[in-house]
Design a protein around this ligand. Structure first.
Ligand SMILES: Nc1ncnc2c1ncn2[C@@H]1O[C@H](COP(=O)(O)OP(=O)(O)OP(=O)(O)O)[C@@H](O)[C@H]1O
Length: 254
């Protein structure tokens, strides 16, 4: 078989980048136990864009925080590549998050006194990493920030600020990007631009992306949607549409 005849591996067949097994998280609130995660097994594959959905209080944020090493599960394991992150010391976890994971938050989290360009470059500079100029140029052009690089965040629209945050998260080609309601503060047009960019990054840059969202339209940009209810993974949809996602959510909330 010639090389050009080899079919590219689809995102769902690629090896998992993140694997969680038997994750539980119990919060003890004054003698009252809340089982925020009640035994979650889940995998996220290279180059796949996955949305995590579920009713309010179903455990989405807790799951993302445990996957990203921002919170410690009560039991179970999380692997990033070959590294088991559960059980790591705080200092090692901080370095792992800095070097191997990208984050995008609803509230952008940009430093107000730095320009767009300085915000994008800051994590690499803190980590004393060489800047990949070609990747920087590619990302800046694709997100349409070329003529805004010298602007402070206050001089940018919400959509432009989130594009800066997305460029910052993707610059270092992290093994996985976690996005927590990335379009929650944006109008629908800016939101659609960010989601299109995330979808294209998964496809074109082989970027693994995991996004928590309440919005079926946002989830429809993903390759796959996994649904949580009462701290358990109860369903999933491949190649979702806003309609199929809404139907599944309605069933879960019934
Ligand atoms: N720090 C905490 N202390 C006690 N209980 C908590 C804490 N964090 C979360 N919980 C509880 O754990 C459960 C899961 O919460 P989580 O925030 O993960 O859900 P969610 O699906 O992200 O919710 P939402 O969609 O409303 O953001 C809820 O019952 C919540 O009240």
């Amino acid at each position: 078989m010639t090389e050009s005849a080899v079919k590219p591996t689809s995102p769902v067949q690629a090896p998992p980048v993140v694997v969680a097994r038997g994750l539980t998280k119990i919060y003890d609130t004054g003698g009252n136990q809340v089982h925020a995660l009640a035994g979650v097994d889940v995998e996220f594959h290279r180059g796949a864009f996955t949305a995590i959905m579920g009713p309010s209080g179903s455990g989405k944020s807790t799951l993302m925080h445990c996957l990203a090493g921002l919170d410690v599960p009560t039991s179970g394991t999380v692997h990033l590549g070959r590294t088991q992150i559960t059980g790591m010391r705080d200092g090692d976890l901080t370095l792992l998050r800095r070097d191997r994971i990208g984050f995008i938050f609803q509230s952008f989290n940009l430093l107000p006194m730095l320009t767009a360009e300085q915000n994008i470059l800051l994590p690499s500079q803190i980590a004393r990493r060489r800047i990949d100029q070609a990747r920087f140029d590619h990302i800046v052009d694709v997100v349409g920030l070329r003529d805004r690089l010298g602007h402070l965040p206050a001089k940018l629209s919400g959509g432009q600020q989130q594009r800066v945050a997305v460029a910052r998260a993707l610059l270092n080609a992290p093994e996985v990007v976690y996005a927590d309601e990335p379009t929650g503060n944006l109008d629908s047009r800016s939101g659609a631009e960010i989601l299109t960019f995330l979808r294209d990054s998964a496809k074109d840059l082989d970027q693994t992306i995991v996004m928590v969202t309440h919005d079926p339209v946002a989830a429809s940009y993903a390759d796959r949607v996994v649904f949580l209810r009462d701290g358990r993974l109860v369903d999933e949809v491949l190649d979702p549409t806003a309609e199929t996602v809404s139907e599944h959510l309605l069933k879960l909330e019934a």
